[in-house]
Design a protein. Structure first.
Lengths: 293, 328, 438
């Protein structure tokens, strides 16, 4: 009997002491936090992709609550739906934002940019980029080691074993921008999804002179400027021997696509033209955009 | 003209490989295997073959159907596990089949569940052995009687390991001065003519293997020496205090699994610390725990538990003991 | 501490230095040194002579570039270097071999040097001398010791611990006296009482030749050193000769040491005593499968293809890799059309079997990388940390102390690309530090 009593007694006393200690410690180190943060964090996707520029979803929720409105803050991964939810919680109107998607601006596939050397080191783009120009000799093109695919938290990027280039799954891509940061050569860009998901863009970043660029890749932009001259809306600029199409200005007329001598301009998700039209079907060539119409 | 290779420096590599290291460890285990066959006969051979074969089979199955990775069974590590596992069980007929379960536990739980070679925190063979010791305590402590040379049929009459006998009779209230005359001679102990697990009996064969590994620079002296020295010194202190209750240090280190454990199990690269300081502490801990378990634990032998316990602190030892930096 | 013993393979030791023939066209890169590129100071169509200044150093960390050829400037453009990266360059159509008159081309040895230290530094700067040990650090900057620091030792690096390379070996055998004069000039420039020439014990002939020669000069000591890679790494060499250790993040001058390569000493002699700018280097052309081994005097701007065509016709069929520099620290060449530069000390042809890396497997925590690391670092740990993006932790474990000697990868039984991972980690960590500073 005494054994049971002593055990109960000892346990009760230790329990009481711990309770008192815990109480005072909790008081001393109390962190006062707005309960709203938890509510907002709950509404966020929770992938911690960093697409918003914050350290993670929790940090983003703190920023939202601190600011009290959504000006200048947006969760690219969550899109309109999440924005609506958060707007409800915070009691403000969500910022309107054009939906975007990641676009791979390189067409240096195994066939277009044949390998002149063989890379035999760590499978990491940033490292290979610090070492040399790349297997094809193009110092601006995709290295094909998949840092973008590794960075994607949404399983929207994968390397096509045939072309060696990354492929964006448009349905899964939430335009968080993680791949844009992961690419050491700035090949991936977030572009507006466009009307009916249709886009026209220059799939090349090579800043070398035309002849040099062609040496490493047959599909390189040679900076000839024909596209810029053709464009009726002035959406195309040629700088450093490479053309760029401003997606805010482009009206998707596709005149430039037909003009480009190397096929560096890609038009994706357009319905096939009648047989007479000379436009190639680059969506198939790049393989970068599965049709989802 | 083939394409030129490009990579970062260096562009040459030494001829070291994991495979070479593992097969050299296997080679170092051969003397002990031969001694086991010499004293335990066909049973020892069968247990070893079945143990190695089932380790290889389980690794192959797990890699092919569960992990879906290229097979690595010929890198020699599964053979090392298989041999060490066989060395850690008694050479009875029952073990011939039971060792298959041990192999499944060793490879499946001890190694592959962590991701395969290099990722396991505990020595797989010891995980297998300890599992068996707890699950099949009778079979794992039933020792065949050591007969003459190359016995074809080791009969079921059971002998005892020197340690088991001492523990038993000490419990019955006898003193060491009464027990010691029944012990095999030190020479027999050193040569391995005693009862015990398959591979642990002959200190001589183990030392031959260990010297080979030292020459090949696969192990360093730190773990074996600190393990054995700690066990020697600690048991020596106990013996000096009370030579009626505690075995003399020389018998201590030559019987049971200390030699095998110190030379082959504690030195496993994957589960032991990397710096010299860490290795010395690791060996010290193994030695200390072994003697504690032997003298005050329930089991007559404590090497397996001691090594497994020290395996668990290896990551901490790697953290505490850093190599001496050149620049600081 | 640490270190490994790779196969020495010094198969071109016996090949005396030959003059390499002039190419028809040549490309002179404007950044053949560590730092900012030089600015071209000639125009298309200009006639240039050998030794004429064609690239002017305008930034602080920069070195003059002189034309190694006479002829006409064809164009000023960019040119892809040996690693495929475009660099500013001057293209020259080589015509004849007409030298600047100021250059003393006689074989006479000029011993006396009356210049003051300041004048020596200025002349080194004018002559575009850079360190020829591989890093191509502008020599005039190294020898302009800041007033708050004091040089106590001059160390000449003639260790040549890299396998295959023999250019230092040959230059010591053939130009011992010039080297000693160069060393004396550098010693005078720093105002230190003694200069030590460190040579690895596997080169008994150069040790004998240099010891005999050094006896005729004041304050030059030849120091034979233990054979171990990387004995010739700056910090290891300083430690071996003076017993001092360069602390983390510091320079040799912080422990009172200045280290120069033996080839640099020879270049210093030529620049100061013969008015000859740095326009050529001794370059080893070697490889196990090559019929003939060579050591050449090669003028910068000669392309790798020229080198291959003249020395072996074409690359052997089974070539796996072409390396500029030694097999441990050299860089793999991906563009053979590229011109050689001041930093190139060899053209090494490695066979397929050796060049292709074996497949990587799991780390077995054997600790070989750690024991091989001459800086006492933990390569296996960096590998894991970098892979898991824990760069700051790697930084806390002194990742920046890594000297990139490659001992870790060399000794790794699992064939992990340890040095690749460490380099990546170093770059990322430097990026983090830069961002923090801002």
């Amino acid at each position: 009997m005494t054994e049971i009593l002593s055990a109960v007694l000892v346990l009760s006393i230790t329990g009481a002491i711990f309770a008192v200690v815990l109480y005072f410690v909790a008081q001393k180190f109390k962190v006062i936090e707005d309960p709203l943060i938890d509510v907002v964090a709950e509404a966020l996707p929770g992938a911690n992709c960093g697409g918003c520029g914050k350290a993670g979803c929790r940090a983003m929720a703190e920023a939202f609550v601190k600011q009290g409105n959504m000006d200048g803050l947006s969760c690219p991964a969550g899109g309109a739906e999440v924005a609506k939810k958060i707007a409800e919680i915070l009691g403000c109107t969500p910022e309107e934002k054009e939906p975007q998607v990641a676009v791979v601006r390189c067409n240096g596939s195994c066939a277009n940019a044949t390998a002149k050397t063989k890379y035999d080191g760590m499978r990491d783009c940033t490292f290979a980029n610090s070492l040399y120009s790349g297997e094809s000799g193009c110092a601006f093109g995709c290295l094909g080691l998949g840092n973008c695919a590794k960075a994607c938290q949404f399983d929207a990027l994968s390397l096509d074993p045939e072309t060696g280039l990354p492929v964006v799954n448009e349905e899964k891509c939430v335009a968080c921008g993680a791949c844009v940061k992961a690419c050491p050569r700035g090949i991936i860009e977030l572009r507006n999804k466009g009307k009916n998901n249709r886009r026209v863009f220059v799939a090349c970043r090579n800043k070398e002179k035309g002849a040099d660029a062609r040496k490493s890749c047959s599909a390189a932009c040679i900076g000839c400027g024909k596209c810029a001259k053709t464009c009726p809306f002035g959406a195309i600029t040629v700088e450093n021997n490479v053309a760029y199409i401003d997606f805010n200005v482009c009206k998707l007329c596709r005149k430039c696509v037909a003009e480009c001598p190397t096929g560096a301009i890609h038009a994706v998700n357009f319905p096939p033209k009648p047989a007479a039209a000379p436009t190639p079907a680059p969506a198939d060539e790049t393989g970068s955009n599965p049709k989802n119409e | 003209m083939k394409l030129l290779n490009v990579s970062g420096s260096p562009h040459v590599h030494s001829d070291e490989s994991t495979k070479k290291i593992m097969w050299r460890v296997n080679l170092a285990l051969v003397p002990s295997l031969l001694v086991a066959i010499a004293f335990f006969g066909v049973n020892a051979l069968l247990i070893s073959i079945i143990s190695v074969a089932s380790c290889l089979l389980f690794q192959w199955l797990i890699e092919k159907f569960i992990m879906k990775v290229p097979s690595t069974i010929w890198d020699g590590s599964a053979v090392v596990t298989g041999l060490l596992l066989a060395f850690n069980v008694p050479a009875t007929r029952e073990m011939i089949l039971l060792v298959i379960i041990a192999a499944l536990v060793a490879i499946g739980i001890g190694k592959m569940s962590f991701g395969g070679l290099g990722k396991n925190p505990f020595n797989p063979a010891l995980v297998g052995r300890v599992f068996m010791l707890i699950s099949f305590p009778v079979q794992m402590t039933t020792w065949p009687k050591v007969g003459g040379w190359f016995p074809v049929n080791v009969d079921a009459t059971t002998g005892a390991t020197p340690l088991g006998m001492i523990k038993e009779r000490l419990k019955n209230g006898e003193n060491l001065s009464e027990i010691m005359p029944d012990m095999p001679s030190l020479c027999d102990i050193f040569m391995g003519h005693i009862g015990g697990s398959l591979g642990e009996i002959s200190a001589l064969a183990i030392l031959i293997g260990a010297i080979y590994l030292l020459c090949r620079k696969i192990i360093t002296w730190h773990i074996p020496v600190s393990f054995i020295a700690t066990a020697f010194i600690f048991s020596g202190i106990l013996w000096l205090c009370n030579d009626e209750q505690f075995i003399d240090p020389l018998t201590t280190i030559l019987t049971g699994g200390i030699m095998l454990g110190a030379c082959f199990m504690a030195t496993d690269m994957v589960t032991s610390p990397m710096t010299k300081g860490g290795q010395l502490i690791f060996g010290f801990g193994c030695g200390l725990l072994t003697i504690i378990i032997r003298n005050w634990g329930n089991y007559p032998e404590g090497v397996s538990f001691a090594i497994l316990l020290m395996n668990s602190v290896t990551p901490l030892l790697n953290r505490w003991f850093k190599p001496k930096r050149f620049a600081n | 501490m640490g270190g490994v013993h790779p196969e020495e393979n010094k198969i071109s030791t016996a090949a005396a230095i030959e003059e390499f023939p002039l190419p028809k066209t040549a490309v002179i890169l404007m950044n053949q040194h560590l730092g900012a590129p030089a600015t071209p100071c000639v125009a298309k169509g200009d006639k240039v002579k050998v030794g004429q200044l064609v690239g002017k150093a305008e930034a602080f960390m920069c070195a003059n570039v002189h034309s190694p050829f006479s002829g006409t400037v064809a164009k000023i453009d960019t040119c892809k270097d040996a690693f495929g990266l475009a660099k500013p360059a001057i293209y020259i159509n080589v015509e004849g071999d007409e030298w600047e008159e100021s250059i003393d081309r006689t074989p006479d040895i000029v011993k006396e040097c009356t210049l003051e230290p300041k004048e020596i530094v200025d002349k080194l700067k004018a002559m575009g001398v850079v360190g020829l040990g591989g890093a191509t650090f502008p020599t005039h900057i190294k020898y302009s010791v800041p007033p708050d620091k004091k040089a106590e030792y001059l160390i000449i690096n003639a260790v040549e611990c890299e396998p295959y390379l023999t250019s230092d070996h040959r230059v010591m055998m053939e130009h011992a006296e010039e080297i000693c004069i160069g060393v004396s000039i550098l010693r005078k420039c720093l105002g230190v009482p003694k200069a030590y020439i460190g040579i690895e014990n596997n080169k008994p002939e150069p040790i004998a030749v240099m010891t005999d020669m050094a006896a005729k000069f004041e304050g030059i000591v030849v120091e034979p050193l233990k054979v171990k890679y990387p004995q010739g790494a700056e910090k290891q060499l300083i430690n071996a000769i003076t017993g001092r250790r360069v602390p983390s993040g510091k320079l040799p001058i912080d422990v009172g040491c200045v280290v120069s390569n033996v080839g640099t000493a020879y270049a210093v002699y030529e620049a100061i005593q013969k008015n000859k700018p740095l326009i050529e280097n001794i370059l080893t052309v070697t490889g196990k499968k090559l019929e003939k081994q060579h050591n050449y005097h090669v003028r910068f701007g000669t392309t790798y293809n020229d080198l291959i065509a003249h020395s072996m016709g074409s690359l052997p069929e089974t070539t796996g890799k072409v390396i500029s520099g030694g097999p441990m620290m050299g860089k793999a060449v991906s563009n053979l059309d590229a011109p050689t530069t001041k930093g190139a000390s060899s053209l090494l042809v490695i066979d397929e079997g050796e060049a292709v890396r074996a497949e990587e497997s799991n780390c077995i925590r054997c600790g070989k990388c750690m024991n091989a690391c001459p800086m006492g670092l933990e390569p296996y740990l960096f590998s894991a940390l970098v892979k898991n993006h824990r760069i700051e932790e790697a930084g806390a474990h002194n990742i920046l102390d890594c000297i990139e000697c490659g001992c870790c990868f060399f000794s790794c039984p699992a064939n992990k690309p340890l040095l690749d991972e460490i380099r990546l980690g170093k770059n990322l960590y430097r990026g983090i530090l830069m961002a923090k500073k801002k």
